[in-house]
Design a protein around this ligand. Structure first.
Ligand code: GLN
Length: 207
């Protein structure tokens, strides 16, 4: 896993917290602030924070196009909370800039004022029990095209996977638990192997 180059979109939000977890897992993270920072990145994390700010800054620095281009060529992406919002194809009642990649419809700040922020024990497929930290979290209202639910809370998905996209509406980066990041790294590693194999085949075609 150590040969993986993992980028963290470093425009706003819980950047440091994701980086801390990656370092704990012996991964040297790359802070992505400009499109050229993506060059060597094998997998990208979009942190929690304020999705409008992240979306606007992404657009300003032309990172939206660069991320979509890398994703088209197979780069896996993990978005936590605001990162989940930015990845969605539909953000209910909002025209904020987004990446339009995950087949979900998401509603911002949807848990109401009383439970603005809360922690709850989640059960996650292939991972087990996990302390879910939710902060002004969105809810996933609908999903389609092979979105796989990995965890639910009160009948709505809080962790999903669609091909090489991973989404949590909560913040594992605010805990000391590295298992969701490990899950993403394993997922990214599988995709990297397939990409490397495809490249080898393409390069050897002329032989
Ligand atoms: N409420 C934030 C938004 O809509 C997300 C909050 C978070 O990332 N903790 O962007």
């Amino acid at each position: 896993m150590t040969n993986m180059k993992v980028g963290v979109l470093a425009l706003q939000g819980s950047v440091r917290e994701h980086i801390k977890i990656l370092i704990k897992l012996d991964i040297e993270p790359i802070k992505v602030k400009l499109p050229e920072d993506l060059t060597d990145v094998d997998a990208l994390i979009i942190p929690g924070g304020e999705s409008t700010a992240i979306g606007l800054l992404m657009k300003k620095y032309k990172l939206d196009k660069a991320i979509k281009e890398k994703h088209k060529h197979g780069m896996p992406i993990y978005g936590s909370c605001a990162g989940a919002i930015v990845l969605a194809k539909d953000i209910i009642d909002s025209k904020q800039p987004k990446l339009n990649l995950a087949d979900i419809s998401i509603k911002r700040n949807d848990y109401g004022r009383q439970i603005h922020s809360f922690e709850t024990k989640l059960s996650i497929k292939d991972i087990g029990n996990f302390n879910g930290v939710f902060i002004r979290a969105p809810t996933i209202k609908s999903f389609y095209n092979g979105v796989q639910i990995l965890s639910e809370h009160k009948n709505s998905p809080v962790m999903i996977r669609q091909h090489n996209l991973l989404i949590t509406t909560f913040h594992p980066e605010l805990t000391n638990d590295t298992r969701i990041h490990e899950y993403f790294l394993n997922m990214a590693q599988e995709y990297k192997q397939v990409r490397d194999m495809q490249r080898d085949i393409e390069e050897n075609n002329g032989l």
